[in-house]
Design a protein around this ligand. Structure first.
Ligand SMILES: [Zn+2]
Ligand SMILES: [Zn+2]
Length: 145
């Protein structure tokens, strides 16, 4: 009985499989543009290659810009009115000097005191003699980090 079942079942899918390519062929002939399919494929491949190249170039450009032109955000402080703002320094851009608050040209890069974290403008930026002493704790504030 089981063999009969198998024999009955196996021939069934065969005509269906045989019909499928016919249906596809008839569909392709209906559209009457069989050459567009390979052309589209080639375009898709070219598009993929172009997008990959563009991605690689963009990645290289991104890495290069990050490496060569770092945007350092550094705190600026007006040593006249005490206004503090973190400025994003763009490479090649002229240094900021005018305070956005009091409009005086006393806006300078500020450095943190190692001891207490107070921001202060270095003496050399104020036209004074170094070293710069922290206005809060009196420790020396040095350039850089
Ligand atoms: Zn100011
Ligand atoms: Zn301090």
């Amino acid at each position: 009985m089981s063999q009969d079942d198998l024999n009955e079942k196996t021939p069934e899918p065969q005509p269906i499989e045989g019909q499928q390519p016919d249906a596809q062929l008839s569909l392709q002939t209906d559209t009457s543009t069989p050459r567009s399919a390979p052309g589209m494929k080639r375009l898709a491949v070219i598009g993929l290659a172009v997008s990959l190249v563009a991605l690689a170039v963009a990645a290289q450009y991104y890495v290069r810009t990050v490496r060569d032109e770092p945007q350092i955000s550094s705190p600026y402080m007006c040593y006249e009115c005490g206004y503090i703002e973190t400025i994003k320094l763009k490479p090649g851009a002229p240094a900021l000097e005018t305070c956005p608050k009091c409009q005086r040209s006393t806006f300078r890069p500020a450095y943190k005191c190692d001891q207490c974290g107070t921001l202060a403008v270095l003496n050399e930026y104020r036209g004074l003699e170094p070293p710069t002493k922290c206005p809060k704790c009196g420790a020396e504030i040095k350039h850089g980090e």
